[in-house]
Design a protein around this ligand. Structure first.
Ligand SMILES: *Cc1c(COP(=O)(O)O)cnc(C)c1O
Length: 452
């Protein structure tokens, strides 16, 4: 019998996180302050603990995972690497398809991999509360879980449209003891300002970030936690790719191509960066970030300094962006809606070291359904983006007769996203390509500082 599930023991959970900065050909572009000058680490001290700020700016290749964090990760790690024999058969492809399944975490996605260390470091530095934003709810529920594990209070600003459409993610956050507010809320100046201008605002990740950052900056006992984009978040996610490399070793295989859905870049960085280390050392491996055509940050955005939030409270990051006031189209059900992208992922893409692909919504759900019918697991809509790209390439292998090894990160399950699947089955979802005109306009709103 051929091996399907490739498993590791608990002691094989990585002992260190891998920092891609050590292997990048150029140092990362520095974040800038409002005056256009690079900010020092101190500028972040009002909202982040020292240990995470150090990780944010570190160039060390390996950063040790604290013993207590590794122990907490055993709640669901190591996650399985699975050979998709049944999907290969269904497609009739000679390609070998593998996926790392991050849906085994209690929150159902990869996000607890960073929520746990973030909560732990904050706890070490005497912080009592964490504020954060959440879009579809995966990050909010992951931080709620981590806060519960280490005895921290968690307040989540949830994008209003999701707050109304995804009541069960709200229930998960409540179950793990977090407080959840619809954003824009009347609890912050940022929220009140948006509500005054747009009383019916459906909210956006950028707005919710503004609210959560404002709260953390104005309270000494409270820090902010971000679920993607920042360097330390991608760092924590590298347990995924490191485990995967060990698992491939066990079966004597290695991927030709690594794929991940890409919103802010954390699950892409998490799975792909450890393989980038091999690429930097001369090995041939392609790394592909897959994003929605309706929020095409890497494939159509500008590489420029922009704010991380909607109203310009955060430092400026050099990244691919659709403009910080980008409002994602309401018809888009598949997540990955952030206007920007990780600075590390953006720089590697800008330097031609990784690839990006945009896929349409209907095709992603079609791929997700094909996957679920073959492999059993119902994927998160975000994960469906990577699955679309993998299926397309597996079908191309069928044409060419090539037996490539394709590997993707199945970043989460879709059990709390069945309303999106319902919409797909009832024909309510449409394809939407973000208009060139809107992208051009966004450029006008970019802050006029820095290079890029
Ligand atoms: C958040 C999330 C993503 C996107 O991750 P990014 O770090 O924003 O790229 C993908 N899949 C699932 C299941 C998620 O919860």
């Amino acid at each position: 019998m051929q091996q399907t599930r490739i498993l590791l023991d608990e002691h094989e959970i990585p002992t260190h996180w891998y920092n891609v900065v050590a292997d990048m050909p150029n140092p990362p572009a520095p974040p800038l302050g409002p005056d256009g000058q690079p900010i020092g680490p101190d500028a972040l001290a009002a909202i982040f603990p020292q240990a995470l700020i150090e990780q944010e700016v570190s160039a060390e290749r390996w950063i040790e995972i604290p013993a207590e964090v590794r122990e907490a990760l055993t709640m669901w790690r190591p996650s399985p690497l699975i050979r998709a024999h049944r999907l290969e058969q269904a497609l009739g492809t000679p390609a070998k398809i593998y996926y790392k399944y991050e849906g085994v975490s209690p929150a159902g996605s990869h996000k607890p991999n960073t929520a746990v260390p973030q909560a732990w470091y904050n706890k070490q530095e005497g912080i009592k509360r964490l504020s954060t934003e959440t879009g579809a709810g995966q990050w909010g529920s992951s931080l709620a879980l981590a806060g519960q594990m280490f005895g921290l209070d968690v307040r989540v600003y949830m994008v209003k449209v999701s707050y109304e459409q995804k009541p069960f993610r709200r229930s998960m956050m409540h179950t793990w003891g977090a407080e959840v507010l619809a954003s824009p809320s009347d609890q912050t100046e940022a929220g009140r300002k948006i509500l005054a201008e747009h009383p019916d605002s459906p909210g956006s990740l950028g707005i919710a970030i503004s609210e959560a950052v404002e709260e953390a900056a104005s309270r000494k006992d409270t820090n902010y936690a971000l679920g993607s984009v920042l360097n330390h978040v991608l760092l924590h996610q590298t347990v995924i790719g490191q485990e995967a490399k060990k698992q491939f070793e066990k079966v004597g295989d290695y991927p030709d191509v690594v794929y991940a859905p890409c919103g802010g870049g954390s699950n892409f960085g998490g799975v792909a960066f450890p393989f980038f280390a091999d690429k930097a050392a001369g090995k041939e491996v392609r790394l592909v970030a897959v994003e929605p055509a309706s929020c095409p940050t890497l494939t159509k955005g500008h590489y420029a300094y922009d704010f991380g939030d909607a109203i310009g409270m955060t430092p400026l990051l050099l990244m691919y962006t659709l403009g910080h006031d980008f409002m994602p189209p309401g018809i888009h059900a598949g997540g990955l809606r952030y206007h920007g992208d990780s600075a590390l992922v953006s720089q590697l893409y800008h330097e031609g070291l990784i690839e990006a692909r945009a896929v349409h919504q209907l095709a992603t759900f079609e791929a997700g359904v094909t996957f679920a019918r073959a492999e059993g697991i119902i994927p998160a809509p975000e994960s469906n983006h990577a699955i679309r790209a993998v299926i397309d390439d597996a079908l191309a292998c069928k044409e060419s007769g090539e037996a490539k090894t394709l590997f993707f990160n199945l970043s989460g399950h879709g059990h709390f996203d069945m309303a999106a699947y319902d919409k797909y089955f009832s024909g309510e979802l449409e394809d939407f390509e973000y208009p060139e005109q809107a992208i051009a306009e966004a450029l006008d709103h970019l802050p006029k500082v820095g290079a890029g």
